[in-house]
Design a binder for this molecule. Structure first.
Ligand code: G3H
Ligand code: MG
Length: 277
């Protein structure tokens, strides 16, 4: 076999997982067969490590795992953090203060909800206003109540803002543009549009570079698959970046190639086609 790449980096939601949040048999057999032949398979996701382990238990990976959109790179399934990137505390504190001022009501938009991912777990402004059961199951974590009058002292990995409708998101981003000196991107959870604010230094692309160094390979030797804005840096840095058929405009724009959707086994379909050529 002459595959030509030494590693396959793959996003989970919208990419390796289908709409049922499962890895199909076709995708599983395909990736396990590449692993058997000595090709590295690396998961790169916005999820937590616990949640990754739950959905990938039948995948025979023994490689580092990129979690929380590159903020936390784990050496292995049960391994330590090789790299943990927090938002600088000065930005954390100013964001807490800003949120309090927004919630006191002098803006044209409102924050429906706010989740904060910290070193000690998740905090939520209105735990009863989101589907907490679904959230805790997705991330496999507990959610504590966030009190903006007395915000937790823990270091923050990212803030997740829920702002609807669309006009709220646009006004919010415009207003915060100079204020949040950090990485701001759209993401979805439970079908709702969230805005994630995290460290500029944390993304799947920089995490991919770190993992490649650890594996002794170069990023040009990587084929990467993704579907969302949180995959952009990874798709751009990889030797071959592949957008899913269901990918958003950000992922499509920066990818070198496109495959079919996650529900049509896009990862396996692309790899098998490449392998056969
Ligand atoms: O939890 C995070 C979102 O579902 C995105 O995950 O990076 O695997 O697509 P993903
Ligand atoms: Mg995704």
């Amino acid at each position: 076999m002459s595959f030509g790449y030494k590693a396959i980096f793959v996003d989970l939601d919208g990419t390796l997982l289908n709409s049922q949040k499962e890895i199909s048999k076709k995708n599983l057999d395909c990736l396990n067969s590449f692993i058997e032949q000595g090709i590295y398979v690396v998961i790169a996701t916005g999820r937590t490590i616990k949640s990754v382990n739950k959905v990938t238990e039948n995948l025979n990976i023994n490689t580092p795992i990129i979690t929380l959109n590159g903020s936390d790179v784990r050496k292995s399934r049960d391994g330590y953090s090789m790299s943990l990137v927090y938002l600088e505390n000065k930005y954390r504190d100013s964001i807490y203060a800003r949120c309090k001022s927004i919630l006191n009501g002098n803006k044209q938009y409102s924050i429906q909800n706010l989740l904060v991912d910290t070193s000690k777990g998740f905090y939520c402004l209105h735990p009863n206003k989101i589907d907490v059961d679904e959230f805790t199951s997705h991330y496999d974590t507990e959610v504590l109540e966030l009190d903006l009058d007395n915000p937790p002292d823990e270091q923050v990995i990212s803030f997740l803002f829920l702002l609807t409708p669309e006009s709220n998101r646009v006004a919010f981003l415009k207003d915060q543009n100079d204020y949040f000196m950090s990485r701001v991107q759209f993401c979805t959870f439970n079908g709702w549009p969230w805005i994630e604010v995290g460290s500029l230094n944390a993304n799947k692309g920089s995490a991919m570079t770190l993992v490649c160094e650890h594996l002794g390979i170069e990023v040009k030797d990587v084929i990467a698959f993704g579907d969302g804005q949180n995959d952009v840096e990874m798709l751009k840095s990889a030797g071959l970046g592949v957008a899913m058929g269901n990918a958003d405009e950000h992922a499509i724009k920066c990818a070198n190639a496109k495959t079919v959707s996650n529900d049509a086994d896009g990862v396996a379909v692309f790899l098998e086609r490449l392998y056969n050529v």
